[in-house]
Write a protein that binds this ligand. Structure first.
Ligand SMILES: Nc1ncnc2c1ncn2[C@@H]1O[C@H](COP(=O)(O)OP(=O)(O)OP(=O)(O)O)[C@@H](O)[C@H]1O
Ligand SMILES: [Mg+2]
Length: 330
């Protein structure tokens, strides 16, 4: 019983089972299925209007599926919504904190609602204010907070009950880079302590940093599914990049690479020659070749496709968050 037997099995924390949501003629979520093992992070990645929020709303009991269902901590959202809600925390795209209360009052109120004992209410609220760099703004009413401060407070609020499963809908949209990094750190710590995380994001970098597994959705449909590395690999071979020190050596280096690897391209402006990397031994042979020819080089390396490349490859468009979406939480 208890913890000892639990560690031997990988339980499923979140399960989407053929989820569908239609709004009139529009299918916002189109037969989406996946499972998220306990203590792992799933990144649901997609551009504006992909269906991320709609999927999260179904999984968190806020919106009934048109068909299909979801399970959270083993409870079905259709048949056991109360148990689902008791097992999860949610930070939505729109803030849920009270504008007229201060940051500290908001957190204490929520901790109170969860029935935490009084001394603990104080400690938890102050801890979270500290962790989210809001200690200085603790006594300010939220109405006077910036967008980033509100978002941090909102996240802090969702962590009060330390739920085992946490849904975060675009947690860092609108945050400055430093706040984003801080938040990633907080989230990584939570996961280390066993929290299961499902986060939606339009930032490839975020999914790459945090997620064990990424599901890419576009127009409600899953278009890719894998680890960050798998997605990068699926997007084509890595490329070898050779940078020569002197432009004069470009053509000799080009002939060398053409003899060793396919898809060779020359970029004279950067004194670079690239080609498809078929196995790491190609790099060794190129290194030996340039040495034999007496070509001086600045750099020789392997470049994997970025998640940006992956997304472009899959959807035909870049996954840049549109400006309008950046401060939409109002
Ligand atoms: N209540 C609703 N009624 C009608 N259409 C809706 C409703 N909610 C969402 N939609 C539509 O469903 C599609 C998916 O929207 P959703 O909000 O899930 O996307 P998203 O991936 O969260 O986008 P964003 O990154 O902008 O938050 C969009 O075309 C949206 O206009
Ligand atoms: Mg959304």
């Amino acid at each position: 019983m208890g913890a000892r037997s639990v560690v031997t099995m990988t339980a499923t924390a979140i399960e989407a089972i053929d989820l569908v949501k239609t709004f009139g003629d529009l299918t916002a979520v189109d037969h989406v299925s996946f499972t998220v093992p306990e203590g792992t992070v799933l990144g649901l990645l997609g551009p504006n209007g992909a269906g991320k929020t709609t999927a999260v709303r179904m999984m968190t009991t806020l919106s009934p599926p048109t068909s299909g269902t979801a399970r959270v901590a083993g409870y079905d959202v259709r048949t056991h919504p109360d148990q689902v809600r008791a097992s999860m925390g949610l930070t939505g795209q729109a803030a849920t904190v009270d504008e007229l209360l201060t940051g500290r009052e908001n957190l204490r109120m929520i901790a109170d609602l969860y029935g935490l004992p009084r001394p603990r209410v104080r400690r938890v609220a102050d801890d979270l204010l500290e962790r989210f760099s809001l200690a200085d703004a603790a006594t300010k009413v939220v109405k006077e907070y910036s967008g980033g401060m509100r978002r941090r407070l909102d996240l802090a609020a969702s962590l009060i009950a330390t739920p085992p499963v946490l849904f975060l809908d675009e947690p860092t949209t609108g945050l400055d880079p430093r706040s984003r990094q801080e938040l990633w750190e907080v989230l990584r710590n939570l996961v280390e302590q066993g929290t299961t995380l499902l986060l939606t994001t339009q930032y490839l970098e975020e999914a790459d940093h945090l997620a064990d597994r990424i599901i890419v959705i576009d127009h409600g449909t899953v278009i890719a599914d894998g680890t960050p590395l798998q997605l990068k690999d699926a997007s084509g071979a890595a490329r070898i990049v050779l940078t020569v020190s002197n432009a004069d050596d470009l053509s000799a280096a080009e002939s060398l690479l053409r003899g060793l690897i396919p898809e060779v391209r020359v970029d004279p402006a950067n004194r670079q020659i690239t080609g498809s990397a078929e196995g790491l031994d190609a790099i060794t042979r190129i290194a030996a070749g340039v040495q034999n020819l007496g070509i001086e080089i600045d750099d020789l390396g392997l470049k994997r496709p970025s998640l940006d490349d992956v997304f472009l490859n899959l959807t035909g468009h870049r996954a840049e968050p549109q400006l309008a979406a950046t401060e939409e939480s109002a």
